[in-house]
Ligand binder design. Sequence first.
Ligand code: GTP
Length: 297
Amino acid sequence: MRTNPKSPFSHLHHLAGLVLVIALLLESALYFSNLVPRQESLIPALGALLNSLASATLGAGTTFAAFASGALVVAFILLPIQHFYRARETLLLRERERLAADNAKLARQAASDGLLGIANRREFDRVLKLEWRRAARERQPLSLLMIDIDCFKRFNDSYGHQEGDACLRGVAEVLQAAAARPGDLVARYGGEEMAVLMPHTDLEGASRLAERIHTLLAERRLSFPDSPVANHVTVSIGVAAMLPVRNANRAALIRQADEGLYIAKENGRNRTAIVPHLRLISTSDSESRATGHVQGA
Ligand SMILES: Nc1nc2c(ncn2[C@@H]2O[C@H](COP(=O)(O)OP(=O)(O)OP(=O)(O)O)[C@@H](O)[C@H]2O)c(=O)[nH]1
């Protein structure tokens, strides 16, 4: 059926349709472009605009028609679209949170030893590098304990590798209980050798921690009747401390603690050997030798 082009109702129809289409396009465009926060719907504002436009130009009857068609558009087009995008947004947010949690878990796994649950060698190297630089910046001492289970080969030979693994876990737990400061790092350095890195700690503080490890281990009494040292699991510990200098060779700290460990083993095991050099170390003197000072446990 053809409509009379001069009929005011026909103009009203076109105008209302045009306004509604523009409203719909505007709402969608704003949604897609992120120009307004998505929590703030424009729908009430657009409804009010439609109403005032219609009543100003066309009178009460047509106001109702505009309001009714606007309400239909809102109910059947705009609200479902809004609902769809909000649901999608929630889904994306959850997915992002899940990915962040997965990434954190993967990073933790990559940094820790699968058997002992303490930091692995890679993480130790990473943290040593960072702490060395920080200590140089803050002119603070950095200490290191190198810890080795005594006669562990005999332990494995006597009780088997599974018991050996349990023993390693027990020692790692003792180290974690002893190194209680938030900055301390307990790591598996390799095989049955573990390390504790202590920022802001001098030789005296590090030696106290070494003694605490011997005491806690004796209290824990991890059974080792075949040990030639004691009838429980014991460790030997090398202690070193330095005042690092940026760009200096941090391997010197490891070398010094290793030297202490060697001396502790040589002197009968189940003891601590302190390499007593709290000194500024530079690239040139990093090769110089440390002399060992032995302390019984
Ligand atoms: N069960 C178990 N054993 C390990 C692991 N890593 C290294 N070992 C064992 O640790 C033992 C280390 O032995 P050695 O280096 O000879 O030293 P030790 O017997 O502890 O003697 P001292 O260090 O001189 O007291 C070896 O038998 C390794 O097989 C591990 O993850 N699990």
